[in-house]
Design a protein around this ligand. Structure first.
Ligand code: AHR
Length: 331
């Protein structure tokens, strides 16, 4: 672990107390009150609160830090890249042992990550990727394989069409936050899976920013614009839940009149899959906390970590024999 002065540690503890006292300033207070003198100090910048997935991810990270005895400085950027950059700068100033963050978008991190590198602090990307010409600016990534998630969504659709002899399917796509890695790769993986298959046509893609309210608004617009919509492919459950409201308000039956494919696996989406209103849920787990703490401890001890760590994930579909036996999701 890097040597941190007692004064710096005291400052870090004071900051943790300040966060506890004024959580509104940071969007989310650390849940730990005291940690041993030699505990690893991890600065974590969460990107926001946009979905139940994100809330589950934040809680899991905080609980995992407690279990692992890692001292966590947790800041919530409220959907703004500039807040994440400020948080990372504050972690550098406090000389944390490790910085981890979930980058809201892919571009624009090089300057601040160079500052962390110059300060000798390893940076771990979690949940989302960045695009940079200098891969030495981060030591590793832990999170989903978004391309694979997109492919699973496409594979389900092909299976559905094969089984039911469907042709000429008009698809609308609700994409996530523009320029974010899940938005790019879930779109790309899906297109790769259905490429060259004349049964499928993506008639429009609209960004709902991973938000339920925008998912509903976008779906209302899409339903007005397109006379025929056979499939909705939505990049997350929050937008899907909003879109389903719009579909039902338009007098249509989700899961029957429109095939619904979604990503995440929140409990609410699994409930709708079991009720026949969603046809396929591609899992993206937010439960990354234990892996992050394990990697943070290794980094603080100067050990090497894998460049990429993907959790195991699956797809749940209407064709699963054990559809009614899915364990509670916890988010
Ligand atoms: O980056 C992961 C995505 O971000 C999840 O699919 C979504 O729900 C969240 O907002």
């Amino acid at each position: 672990m890097r040597q941190r002065s007692t004064a710096k540690r005291a400052l870090a503890a004071a900051m943790a107390l300040a966060l506890l006292a004024f959580p509104a300033l940071y969007g989310c207070a650390p849940r730990q009150e005291a940690a041993p003198e030699d505990a690893v100090l991890l600065g974590f910048s969460q990107l926001g609160w946009e979905s139940a997935w994100r809330i589950g991810n934040s809680l899991d990270i905080q609980e995992a830090a407690e279990r692992a005895g890692v001292q966590l400085m947790f800041e919530n950027a409220q959907q703004k890249q500039e807040n994440q950059i400020s948080a990372i700068r504050s972690f550098i100033a406090y000389q944390v042992d490790v910085i981890a963050f979930a980058p809201i978008v892919e571009y624009g991190w090089d300057t601040v990550l160079q500052e962390a590198k110059d300060a000798g602090i390893p940076v771990l990307l979690t949940d989302r990727f960045i695009v940079t010409d200098d891969p030495s600016l981060y030591v590793g990534y832990v999170g989903a394989d978004f391309l694979e998630e997109g492919r699973k969504a496409g594979d389900y659709l092909i299976e559905k069409a094969d089984r039911e002899g469907l042709t000429d399917l008009k698809i609308v796509e609700l994409s996530g936050t523009l320029s974010s890695s899940p938005m790019q790769q879930r779109g790309e993986g899906f297109r790769a899976a259905i490429a060259g298959d004349a049964r499928f046509e993506i008639v429009e893609t609209m960004s709902g920013d991973f938000l339920r309210s925008k998912g509903k608004e976008c779906m209302q617009i899409l339903l007005e614009r397109h006379e025929e919509i056979d499939v909705l492919y939505s990049h997350n459950d929050a937008m899907t839940l909003g879109a389903i409201e719009a579909i039902e308000e338009a007098g249509l039956e989700p899961g029957k009149d429109i095939i619904i494919i979604t990503v995440d696996g929140e409990q609410a989406a699994i409930d709708l899959l079991q009720a026949g209103k969603i046809n396929c849920v591609v899992e993206c787990t937010p439960m990354l906390g234990d892996i992050i703490m394990d990697l943070a401890k290794k980094l603080a001890a100067g050990e090497e970590i894998p460049r990429v760590t993907n959790p195991e994930e699956r797809a749940f579909t209407e064709f699963d024999e054990d559809l009614m036996d899915i364990a509670p999701r916890g988010y």
